[in-house]
Design a binder for this molecule. Structure first.
Ligand SMILES: [Zn+2]
Length: 461
């Protein structure tokens, strides 16, 4: 660890914590310790936190009080994660419809935050969370996961992401200080044209950031560009992908071009980091101190270890709007074995998320699908959407609108969405809107959110 890393962790990050009233560094130190605990110790900690959350939800959250009452239960009937199957699965539609009843009564406004999903599942959502959940627990989980890839707080990094939407001032200021602490440079993935990516490669060679981070499809496009130009001197210490599944063909090219193995993180906007690939390569370690992952069959019943099913997640730290047994639309399998790395954290394998292909514009830009889905769609009353490219000069947007949307609202929504996508995709692309009653899921509830039919052979799985 270099001098800047030490200053970043022990001075800068603590100042940031003090300024915003959070405890990221204390939580990170705790997570770095507990990852080596035995499975039994971890489950004991998890169960203790679950009981606290359920008691709170029973007493303060109308939606859960009703759910307990309907089943003739109280919080005292559920002691561990294995008892959770007595409670209902919560999906995005439930959160939208019961948004008010899911919020805890009397939660202090100054400790709460309004957040939005990026919509990367095709079902955008506005929800509430807390400073503690986001900036203490969530950010600490992210830092621990990045640490597994070799990243240290204070290292420089480059992140391939979409142009950010504006957010509340409090969050924007904090994000700005955090970015300085992380020495993070953002590269907008809306324009990954050859000339612009080449300028990025030249900058990467000059500055040599320690961490390359972003959507797998964006990192993959960068790697393909470098391969076409005959290589580069850029050698990051870590490559971390997030927001989409990292497919095998992408993993191979990325490892070959950058000379280091990519680490895939499993996260969602609602819960933040859930699991990250183990350095020993045996699967994804679930951050079991903060989240519970269950794998269910089509009847909402837990499946045995090793069996693939629908993933539902319980976040143990969002006391403003508890997400208990929340369905993310991903599939995977929990495995029981003890990992060779020595961590007691449970292992998740066979993880498959929503399909987000790359969209190619007629003027030659390649745009990662995950960068084309926006949280603001939730505010427009859009419950589900899908982007499909079947022609080189057009994309089709399928929208499922809220049933309460009247004719005027439909017209306004369609024109707002159309103009937003036309401005991003540029004049070479036509944007067609199709209203649909529903968008069918692929197998086991998986969603195909951004689909390119131009190169089906490359769109896996
Ligand atoms: Zn491990």
């Amino acid at each position: 660890m270099g001098a800047y890393n030490i200053a970043a962790r022990f001075v800068l990050a603590r100042v940031l914590d003090a300024l915003r009233g959070t405890s990221t560094i204390r939580c990170l130190a705790e997570l770095e310790r507990t990852q080596w605990w035995s499975r039994e110790q971890l489950l004991e900690l998890q169960s203790r936190r679950l009981r606290m959350l359920l008691q709170y939800a029973y007493e303060r959250v109308p939606f859960y009080r009703q759910a307990f009452d309907d089943r003739g239960l109280t919080h005292a009937d559920i002691n561990t994660a294995s008892d959770l199957s007595a409670l209902p699965v919560l999906n995005r539609r439930d959160v939208r419809r019961h948004s008010a009843e899911l919020q805890a009564t009397g939660f202090p406004g100054r400790r709460s935050l309004v957040a939005r999903t990026s919509g990367s599942t095709g079902e955008p959502l506005t929800f509430c969370t807390t400073l503690e959940d986001r900036y203490s627990r969530g950010y600490a989980r992210s830092l621990r996961a990045l640490g597994w890839s070799g990243f240290r707080l204070g290292d420089s990094s480059v992140r391939l992401v979409e142009q950010r939407e504006s957010c509340a001032r409090r969050v924007a200021v904090t994000a700005d200080i955090t970015a300085r602490l992380q020495r993070e440079t953002l590269f907008d993935v809306y324009d990954m044209s050859g000339a612009r990516v080449e300028r990025l490669v030249v900058a990467l060679e000059r500055h040599n950031p320690a961490l390359l981070r972003g959507y797998p499809s964006a990192v993959y496009l960068l790697a393909l560009h470098i391969r076409r130009r005959g290589g580069s001197r850029f050698r990051p210490r870590s490559v971390v992908t997030e927001g989409e599944p990292l497919y095998c063909h992408q993993r191979e090219v990325i490892a070959d071009v950058f000379g280091c193995r990519p680490f895939s993180k499993y996260s969602s906007h609602e819960v933040l980091d859930i699991a990250c690939e183990c350095p020993a390569g045996s699967g994804f370690h679930v951050a079991a101190e903060n989240v519970i992952v269950e794998v269910l069959d089509d009847e909402d019943q837990p499946v045995p270890p090793g069996t693939v099913g629908r993933i539902v997640v319980t976040n143990l730290h969002n006391y403003c709007m508890p997400f208990i047994r929340y369905e993310l639309g991903d599939i995977g399998a929990m495995v029981e074995e003890q990992c060779a790395c020595g961590r007691g954290l449970p292992l998740l394998r066979g993880l498959e998320g929503r399909r987000c292909d790359i969209i190619v514009t007629a003027d030659g830009r390649e745009i990662p699908g995950a960068a084309l889905v926006f949280g603001y769609l939730a505010q427009l009353g859009i419950e589900q959407f899908q982007i499909v490219q079947e022609r080189t000069d057009a994309v089709k947007l399928r929208l499922v609108l809220n049933a309460c949307c009247d004719a005027e609202c439909v017209g306004r929504t369609v024109s707002s969405v159309k103009s937003r996508y036309e401005s991003i995709l540029g004049p070479s692309m036509r944007v067609e809107i199709e209203l649909a009653p529903e968008i069918a899921a692929m197998s086991r509830g998986k969603r195909a959110v951004v689909v390119s039919r131009l190169n089906e052979w490359e769109s896996l799985p």
